[in-house]
Design a protein around this ligand. Structure first.
Ligand code: ATP
Length: 378
């Protein structure tokens, strides 16, 4: 259904070994990536990982030091920004302060030579698209931040680009408005069908909005996949730590049993992870991860389901967080594990600080990190 882009959809943006070096620094390092027509695609990573630089190269504001950038199969390196069928929405809105909302949206349309009734129609449609038709006569300064960003989105789309680049467009808005505009952006992208390439450091935003997500770290791609992939099956320790909360266990490979990797970690009984194409060898040191909401807390008297990964620890902290209660548990070997217990029926009561507790999870949710060949990059 809708969320999954057609794998055979035409490739709109093709990056091949794209690298950007500034004097003493590699901002983007050998990035190879394909973005399909009609996708809502996000680039997610911490501040300074190279997201903006990558976007600026696609827009044409910056040339790569090495590699190729193709739009619709045509190499565009050296083609100036205005000759690319691309528009950008910035965090700072960058509206023309002396022009009305209507004239701001009309700007790029007029530059394409559209006049008269057709111009009115295109501007009207785009003001409606962002639900600002009633504000056409206002100046940007007479609008809220969220409304100004809607104008910027309408202005960028009205010119009819094949590709819309959005650089942290919601970064200046408060949390409530941000959520509201996220929903709006998804609707707008669905309605217009334009390919969106969205840059953000907000992991939740990337998961919520996107068909696919590329996670970047220090200029390189760490993982590319559907939101469910990068969250449920992070490829590296970095991805596991950057997206959501994760428990990391240092372990040693003790064998392979059918589709399972059998692992040894201090204090954990029955630690296993799906092999999932990993290439491992006996005795190898690896890291495994399990998400806190997959970890169940049991009374010491309860027997966890057979085949589950089990360990016993001591509750250190209990944090009530509305939807869930979060238990931080000290485990043998000096590590700590976090478990989220949903407050579905009543507030969870699985122990208080100082109490021993048993933690258990279905081994299907253990994820082996870091030893897979990089996959899914296109
Ligand atoms: P943020 O979210 O903070 O904007 P980012 O992921 O977008 O970060 P970039 O702005 O692409 O990161 O910067 C990547 C790295 O390249 C940074 O270390 C930055 O200092 C460096 N950099 C970016 N532009 C230039 C430039 N024009 N000259 C020198 N170094 C630069």
């Amino acid at each position: 259904e809708g969320r999954t882009p057609d794998t055979f959809a035409p490739v709109e943006v093709g990056l091949h070994g794209v690298t950007k070096r500034f004097a003493d620094q590699t901002a983007v390092d050998d990035v190879t990536l394909r973005i399909h027509e009609g996708e809502f695609f996000s680039v997610l990573g911490p501040s300074g990982c190279g997201k903006t630089t990558l976007l600026r190269m696609i827009a044409g504001f910056e040339d790569p030091t090495a590699g190729r950038i193709e739009l619709d199969g045509v190499d565009v390196v050296g083609v100036p920004p205005y000759r690319r069928d691309v528009n950008t929405v910035f965090q700072s809105y960058a509206l023309f302060p002396h022009l009305s909302v209507w004239d701001n949206v009309a700007y790029g349309v007029k530059r394409k030579g559209v006049r008269g009734a057709r111009l009115k129609q295109v501007v009207g449609e785009h003001l409606e698209l962002v639900r600002l038709d009633r504000y056409a006569k206002r100046r940007p300064a007479q609008l809220s931040g969220g409304q100004q960003q809607r104008v910027a989105i309408a202005r960028a789309l009205a010119a009819g680009p094949r590709l819309l680049l959005l650089d942290e467009p919601l970064g200046a808005l408060d949390a409530v408005l941000r959520k509201e505009l996220q929903i709006e952006l998804m609707r707008i992208q669905r309605e217009v069908g334009t390919t969106f390439l969205y840059v953000t450091h907000d992991q939740e935003e990337a998961l919520v909005l996107s068909h696919r997500v590329a996670v970047m770290n220090a200029g390189r791609l760490a993982q590319v996949g559907y939101p469910e992939d990068v969250y449920e099956r992070p490829a590296t320790r970095f991805v596991a730590g950057f997206i959501g909360t994760s428990n990391i266990l240092d372990a040693e490979v003790s064998g392979v049993d059918g589709r399972w990797v059998v692992l040894d970690a201090p204090g954990v009984t029955g630690l296993r992870a799906p092999l999932n194409g990993h290439v491992i060898r006996h005795g190898q040191r690896v890291a495994a991860t399990v998400r806190p909401e997959k970890v169940h807390l049991h009374d010491l008297a309860d027997e966890p389901p057979t085949g589950w990964c089990v360990l016993t620890g001591t509750v250190r902290d209990v944090v009530y967080a509305g939807v869930s209660t979060q238990y931080v548990v000290d485990v043998p070997g000096g590590a700590e594990l976090v478990a989220f217990v949903q407050n579905t029926h009543r507030v969870a009561d699985a122990g208080s600080p100082g109490q021993p507790v048993r933690m258990a999870w279905d081994p299907d949710f253990t994820v082996l990190l870091g030893s897979t060949p990089r996959e899914g990059l296109d």
